[in-house]
Design a protein around this ligand. Structure first.
Ligand code: C2O
Length: 545
């Protein structure tokens, strides 16, 4: 294994899309940011220097950070932000994982422009468990805002209302030809040769939307999800929630087809808000020795905007390989059974203010009715230096504060309680967590992301979770293992994980607006007895608050 050094300079850069030029916070002036490539077992040293007026942190989404929580990145959870003029070196080793992940800013809404692919290749000479691809291509989905996303969330926070939606979705930062005023150069083009196999590394880095993806007249073979190999299957269409990644094999046609093919992505929408339903397009173009003009352009059909049945079927098809080489180590004996409600709610409006949320309240969101309040010092430091007093409570509720019964109609009391609470787990606790969508303000799917762990998705369903009946149908053999899972709208999902990584680990909805409203919490996993089961000491350059 090797040590790989990267330098991330956080700097402003003028970028033009949809005829709007704006100055954006970027890494090294690039949008999207640079690609990081490493091998399983490598150590990464990424020096981040902040040259802008915003505070910044970077998160390595899906990296397990075994004992190295100081490098995880969520602001005020594992570190204080890197302030203007300061640097911090993220220092971690990639232990026992390989696949497609991504990195992104983890403070406010800066990840709208500060994100990029993070690719972990297998160890040298270790092959993929599928056809060796001729070429590998990362396609990272994002959102483009004509105005400054920081201003959008600041305004929404002030009024208690919903923030403006983005102006376009993008492939590798490019919105494509279906948007007004999109320049030719603003289209992602994938040039391919006939008769070859391409590995597409798909990443959903969008802020607020789950996205369907399809390429006209081509079947895709799914081989990996969230950097874990899955049993291969063919599909025309995929769904990716923000925070999810999927690898697919694209086998090109055996001869030059005399046509070009659009690849499209557009949102899966189950809420009732005002959502943008526009579509990002890229072009799959076959290289040919003869230059041909005016080729026909084929367009794929995507599921309808609210096609939950497609989403359910798709996620049920994802299964771990569960082979001798890649076993599915599903915890079979459970130490802690937990039940969390997740969803939207409301907060009272401050005096002398008019709030733009439901019935004059403010929008809020919660887990077990607790809306997470961001502390002003980092939780991991507070824990490590035994200074938790006045920073957080170690008593995250093990049941919802308001008794919950899903009927499809909202209860009278939609208020959340605001607090900074952690769920404490002794080292090596095996956890089964059922997350139930409350659908209090309209049904909506919530892609929950857990830092520091992968988990197994052992079951999911609609309506109320039934603790007597539903566990009988859990898949404990080959459930998919991942780091982000959609809690289905009007339904529930059950996950299992082993708390074998000491530290403070964030869990939140990866729809940025729901995170802003408080749909987040943190776990505190205590040190184990052996020296190699303890959190490492903090690095000397760890930023201070
Ligand atoms: Cu990709 Cu805490 O997030």
């Amino acid at each position: 294994s090797t040590t790989r050094n990267y330098e991330f300079n956080i700097q402003l850069q003028n970028v033009t899309r949809l005829c709007h030029t704006k100055s954006m916070v970027t890494v090294n002036g690039k949008f999207p940011g640079p690609r990081i490539v490493a091998r399983e077992g490598d150590r990464l040293l990424i020096k981040v220097t902040n040259h802008v007026s915003n505070n910044i942190t970077i998160h390595w989404h899906g990296i397990r950070q075994i004992r190295s929580g100081w490098a995880d990145g969520p602001a005020y959870i594992t570190q204080c932000p890197i302030q203007t003029g300061q640097s911090y070196v993220y220092n971690y080793t990639v232990v026992g994982q390989r696949g497609t992940l991504f990195w992104h800013a983890h403070i406010s809404w800066l990840r709208a422009s500060v994100y990029g692919p993070l690719i972990i290749l297998p160890k040298l000479h270790v092959p993929y468990p599928f056809t060796k691809p001729y070429k590998e291509v990362p396609i990272i989905f994002g959102e483009w805002f004509n105005t400054d996303p920081e201003a959008i969330i600041a305004q929404a926070t002030q009024t208690g209302g919903g923030p403006n939606v983005s102006d376009a979705y993008t492939f590798n930062g490019l919105p494509g030809p279906l948007y007004n005023c999109s320049a030719k150069a603003d289209t992602f083009k994938l040039k391919v040769k006939p008769g070859k196999t391409y590995l597409l590394r798909l990443i959903n880095a969008a802020l607020n939307d789950e996205l369907f993806f399809s390429i006209a007249n081509h079947t895709l073979k799914v081989v990996e999800a969230d950097a874990i190999y899955v049993k291969p299957f063919d599909t025309e269409t995929l769904i990716l929630a923000p925070g999810q990644t999927t690898n697919v094999l694209l086998k090109t046609k055996s001869k030059f087809p005399g046509a070009n093919f659009l690849m499209l992505a557009r949102p899966y929408v189950t809420g009732q808000g005002t959502f943008d339903n526009s579509t990002v397009a890229g072009i799959l173009e076959y290289e040919s020795s003869v230059h041909m003009k005016n080729l026909p352009l084929f367009k794929p059909t995507l599921p309808s905007l609210n096609d939950t049945s497609f989403v359910t079927k798709f996620s049920n098809r994802l299964r771990s390989l569960a082979s001798a080489q890649f076993p599915a180590n599903v915890p079979q004996k459970i130490d802690r059974h937990l039940f969390f409600t997740v969803g939207l709610g409301t907060s009272p409006c401050e005096k002398n203010q008019t709030c733009q949320g439901p019935n004059g309240t403010r929008f809020a969101a919660s887990i077990n009715n607790v809306s997470f309040v961001q502390p002003s010092v980092a939780l991991l430091q507070s824990h490590y230096f035994d200074q938790s007093k006045g920073v957080y409570s170690p008593y995250f509720p093990i049941n919802p504060l308001h008794w919950f019964n899903y009927t499809g109609t909202p209860p009278n009391n939609t208020f959340v309680s605001n607090d900074t609470k952690l769920m404490v787990l002794p080292f090596n606790t095996s956890v089964e967590l059922v997350m139930q969508d409350t659908s209090i303000l309209g049904v909506e799917s919530h892609p929950l992301h857990l830092h520091g762990f992968n988990f197994f998705v052992v079951g999911q369903g609609f309506g109320n979770y039934d603790p007597n009946k539903d566990p009988k149908n859990f898949n404990l053999i080959d459930p998919v293992e991942r780091n982000t899972i959609g809690v289905p709208s009007g339904g529930w999902v059950a996950i299992r994980f082993l708390a074998d990584n000491p530290g403070v680990w964030f869990m939140h909805c990866h729809l940025e607006v729901h995170t802003s409203w408080g749909l987040k919490m943190a776990w505190l996993v205590l040190d184990g007895k052996n020296p190699n089961q303890k959190l490492l000491p903090p690095p000397a350059d760890l930023p201070k608050c």
